[in-house]
Design a protein around this ligand. Sequence first.
Ligand SMILES: Cc1cc2nc3c(=O)[nH]c(=O)nc-3n(C[C@H](O)[C@H](O)[C@H](O)COP(=O)(O)OP(=O)(O)OC[C@H]3O[C@@H](n4cnc5c(N)ncnc54)[C@H](O)[C@@H]3O)c2cc1C
Length: 389
Amino acid sequence: MPAFEAPDFLKLDETQFSEEERMIRDSARAWVSGEFLPRIQEHVRQDGSFPMDLVPQMAELGMFGANLKGYGCAGMNNVAYGLLMQELERGDSGLRSFASVQGALCMYPIHAYGTEAQKEKWLPPMAAGEAIGCFGLTEPDHGSFVSGMTTRAERKGEGWVLNGVKRWITNGSLADVAVVWAVTDDGVRGFLVETDRAGFEARDIKGKFSLRASVTSELFLENVEIPESNQLPGAKGLGGPLGCLTQARYGISWGVTGAAMACFDEAVQYARDRIVQGGPLASKQLTQMKFAEMLTEITKAQLLALQVGRIKDAGQLHHSMVSMIKRNNVDIALRIAREARDLLGANGIVDDYQSMRHMMNLETVRTYEGTHDIHTLILGEHITGMRAL
Ligand SMILES: Cc1cc2nc3c(=O)[nH]c(=O)nc-3n(C[C@H](O)[C@H](O)[C@H](O)COP(=O)(O)OP(=O)(O)OC[C@H]3O[C@@H](n4cnc5c(N)ncnc54)[C@H](O)[C@@H]3O)c2cc1C
């Protein structure tokens, strides 16, 4: 595979990113090229396998809970964190999903809603990649409409007993701890469930066309007993899980820009060498129009993510901003991946090339963490003040 050339049309490197931000990005970029990409083909061919042996290296590079402070986390700002997500997804959405779930969906709720004892117990080993987390919100019958959740947590003595099924859970069978969202008599609450507790079972979902290098599971909770000390006291109501989703969606918006950059780069390099009708594919007017569109959309996506990152660092983030960039950036990344696959012709359908893998992955990314439609509705409500019927 030729060396990756990152598009930076509006000179963000020179004018926007600090030296530290560039350094974090560049070390992640080198790691993805040197350690991860040589392994991706084998894991895509095995449905639902993630290169777990790379987890210690990821931890060493500060990739888990990277924008959290203390407890062994890297404590980087949100732009550096975004650039890290961009580079991980330039490798594969499964790789970025692994880091997103660990950091934004599991470490974040412990950091934001947990007791000091929960933070001390879980965050250092999770940052070190020695403990893996998963996030159980979606259920077989309730995805977008999370308030339909039926998983129950009932009081039993001083503790709780959990019953229910969670589906489509990234890292479910790899996890040491599951952040499980359940309905109680006082509304939705979050619980830390060690996965070796009696009554907990994770079964992997096979046959995915998308996110193949990522483990996706169904979680079964049958009379799982946990102590009161496993409840996340700071999470009350749906704001708890939604707060985590805002963190993860922010990272996704950067991540998919990385996937788009990978596809753009692959298509440009391919079109320069591929001869069609007496000349390079890159010299054809139609091809150049496609590249002009791709580069423009990537540049807009970079700017949107960057601006939201700076706003997030300034403490002024509103979740609707994240909806706008998740919705837009996933959409353009998916279009670019499809266009790049098309430009590669028949070669584009084999896994020696990456555009189709990104394209298939991005179908998941369009669906998870709030579908494209759901983010449209969030923005619509923000604009009009009216919840759509
Ligand atoms: C590979 C993978 C990994 C995942 N990882 C996790 C995880 O780690 N943890 C977790 O909790 N979940 C996870 N998910 C689940 C994901 O978040 C859900 O799939 C997503 O929220 C959509 O829910 P659904 O699949 O039930 O689709 P549905 O909600 O049934 O949506 C189906 C269609 O209906 C549309 N729709 C829904 N509501 C409306 C409406 N009001 N108006 C108009 N259209 C609407 C949607 O946009 C979509 O097009 C994962 C999913 C995948 C595929």
